[in-house]
Design a protein around this ligand. Structure first.
Ligand code: IPD
Ligand code: CA
Ligand code: CA
Length: 264
């Protein structure tokens, strides 16, 4: 395969993610026209506007790459190079005018995420990373926190959309960490949870049943910021897997111990 120029690709992704995010932010004051994908799983017309703009741009600029994007875009996904797009991560917040949401775009090459960009238009915060080149927030290098003890750590998590139907809903782990950590937050955007762990605002993050578009970009950003990311047993992280445990590295084993404890 022809060598791909990731720096050039990154510039194009930044252009489309920032312009789309800023546009959605400007257009979206007031009513959001919410529809339901499930009892607690929402989608707004802005998820679709964002997706249309990004997907059209990526298809035009990179006609040979596949695209997997949350709102039913599944195009050329068996190709070696593909985009993983969450056009609006944090839709429940967005629908309630809670300004914690972002757009997330990752690029997977032969099974590995090599580029990740997450943009929060409310705060004008752009997180980015290329494999092997470090992670950045608005162009400044970022790194994970240095907190060594779980008891001093601020953690973040989220809950799956089948929380009402499935017992495997993270409430057990949430209860355990509330008793072990300094505090636990639930922000409502997995992409930002990973980026905030990458820049040291959180010390650790765990979640279950995420989709690849939720975690592709953020997982690379966290790794490149010096963080550790695995499944709950410490095995290599997989964006198509069902568990994510991300941390500053220091508290990783302590978090694994809590997750793997036999019973409460
Ligand atoms: C959701 C958010 C949330 C996480 C959910 C995700 P969406 O994505 O990332 O934090 O807990 O599991 O599905 O639906 O807002 O794109
Ligand atoms: Ca999402
Ligand atoms: Ca989404």
């Amino acid at each position: 395969m022809e060598k791909i120029k990731l720096d050039e690709i990154l510039n194009k992704v930044i252009k489309v993610i920032v312009s789309t995010g800023d546009r959605i932010y400007r257009l979206s004051s007031g009513r959001k026209h919410v529809s339901y994908k499930g009892a607690v799983n929402l989608v707004t017309r802005f998820d679709k506007i964002s997706q249309k703009r990004i997907v059209e741009y990526l298809k035009k600029q990179f006609p040979d790459y596949g695209i997997l994007s949350e709102e039913d875009v599944n195009y050329g996904t068996s190709r070696e190079i593909k985009w993983l797009v969450d056009p609006l991560d944090g839709t429940t917040n967005f629908a309630h005018d809670l300004p914690i949401w972002a757009i997330s775009i990752g690029l997977e090459v032969e099974g590995e995420v090599v580029l990740g960009v997450v943009y929060d238009p409310t705060r004008k915060e752009l997180f980015s990373a290329l494999k092997g080149k470090g992670a950045f927030l608005n162009g400044k290098k970022i790194s994970v926190s240095k907190t060594k003890k779980l008891g001093h750590s601020l953690l973040v998590t989220g809950f799956p959309y089948d929380i009402r139907e499935s017992k495997d809903n993270n409430l057990n782990y949430f209860a355990r960490f509330c008793l072990e950590a300094q505090a636990v937050r639930r922000l409502g955007s997995a992409a930002l949870d990973l980026c905030y762990t990458a820049c040291g605002r959180f010390d650790g993050y765990w979640e279950i049943k995420l989709a690849p578009w939720d975690q592709a970009a953020g997982s690379l950003i966290l790794k490149e910021a010096g963080g550790m990311i695995t499944d709950f047993k410490g095995r290599p992280f997989n964006i198509y897997g069902k568990e994510v445990l991300g941390s500053n590295g220091y508290i990783h084993t302590q978090m694994m111990d809590v997750l793997n404890r036999r019973s409460d």
